[in-house]
Design a protein around this ligand. Structure first.
Ligand SMILES: Nc1ncnc2c1ncn2[C@@H]1O[C@H](COP(=O)(O)OP(=O)(O)OP(=O)(O)O)[C@@H](O)[C@H]1O
Length: 239
């Protein structure tokens, strides 16, 4: 189904419907997700919690079109993922999604600016725009004065803010962050959530993150608990 521009703009950013993901075969079959459903609206800050192995990373990978459901459907701004080619998914990921990892995943011998600029190259941003976009993103996360430092010369919080700048520089609609505060102390973790909060508030970006930290769960709009591959009934909505 092709949605009109208006219908696509009204659709949730992500609509995960009854998604199951099975790894392996026969006796080695693992149900990482078993009918998980979740809708992500524009401008929401959402945390996924759950014990180790409950399926958080698997769900995040499917949300980021890095993986596909075995059963069920995911709609990306109204587009049915199962009807998109790998190339269409790659294009969508590059343009519309920003990914952030627990371990920052920065290139160690490049400065913060060069790391963000490299991300823009990979996202296919035109060369003429890259300097301005990289500086804008680094200023947004409060690193205007530190952008020519390398990761090893920065604190963990500054490194994660560099990774956020890299994820937002191409102006995606959705940020997916797998345990973005796990390597940070509570003060730096809170600063990272404040950056996400500002992204949601000022740019209308949606953020979905995974966390084990109850303090982080207190700072987001919605908390959804994954239990054995399903979104549990104790999900908390604050908005
Ligand atoms: N590629 C894979 N092949 C086989 N099993 C997998 C694969 N990826 C994940 N699993 C299994 O699926 C289940 C869910 O894993 P997942 O990584 O999504 O959990 P998680 O909630 O993110 O865990 P953690 O909090 O430890 O990161 C686990 O039992 C895991 O071992």
């Amino acid at each position: 189904m092709v949605l009109s521009g208006l219908a696509a703009s009204l659709a949730p950013i992500l609509d995960v419907q009854n998604v199951t993901r099975i790894f392996g075969k026969g006796d080695n079959k693992v149900f990482a997700l078993r009918g998980a459903s979740l809708s992500v609206d524009k401008g929401s800050l959402i945390a996924l919690k759950g014990r180790s192995g409950s399926g958080k990373t698997t769900l995040l990978n499917i949300m980021g079109a890095l993986d596909s459901p075995s059963e069920g459907t995911i709609f990306y701004s109204g587009r049915d993922g199962s009807r998109m080619s790998e190339q269409q998914k790659n294009e969508m990921r590059k343009r519309e999604i920003g990914l952030i990892f627990q371990s920052f995943a920065l290139v160690p011998y490049l400065s913060a600016f060069e790391n963000v600029e490299l991300g823009l190259r990979i996202a296919g941003s035109p060369a003429a725009d890259r300097k301005m976009l990289a500086e804008e993103a680094l200023s947004f996360v409060g690193l205007a004065q530190r952008m020519h430092h390398r990761p090893q010369e920065m604190s963990g919080g500054e490194q994660q803010r560099t990774a956020i700048a890299r994820a937002i520089a191409h102006k995606p609609k959705l940020i997916l962050a797998d345990e973005p505060t796990a390597e940070l102390d509570s003060r730096m973790g809170k600063q990272i959530i404040e950056v996400f909060r500002e992204l949601v508030g000022t740019l209308g970006v949606s953020v979905v993150l995974t966390t084990h930290d109850p303090h982080i769960m207190d700072l987001v709009d919605q908390v959804h608990a994954l239990e054995d591959g399903r979104i549990g009934s104790e999900s908390i909505r604050r908005v």
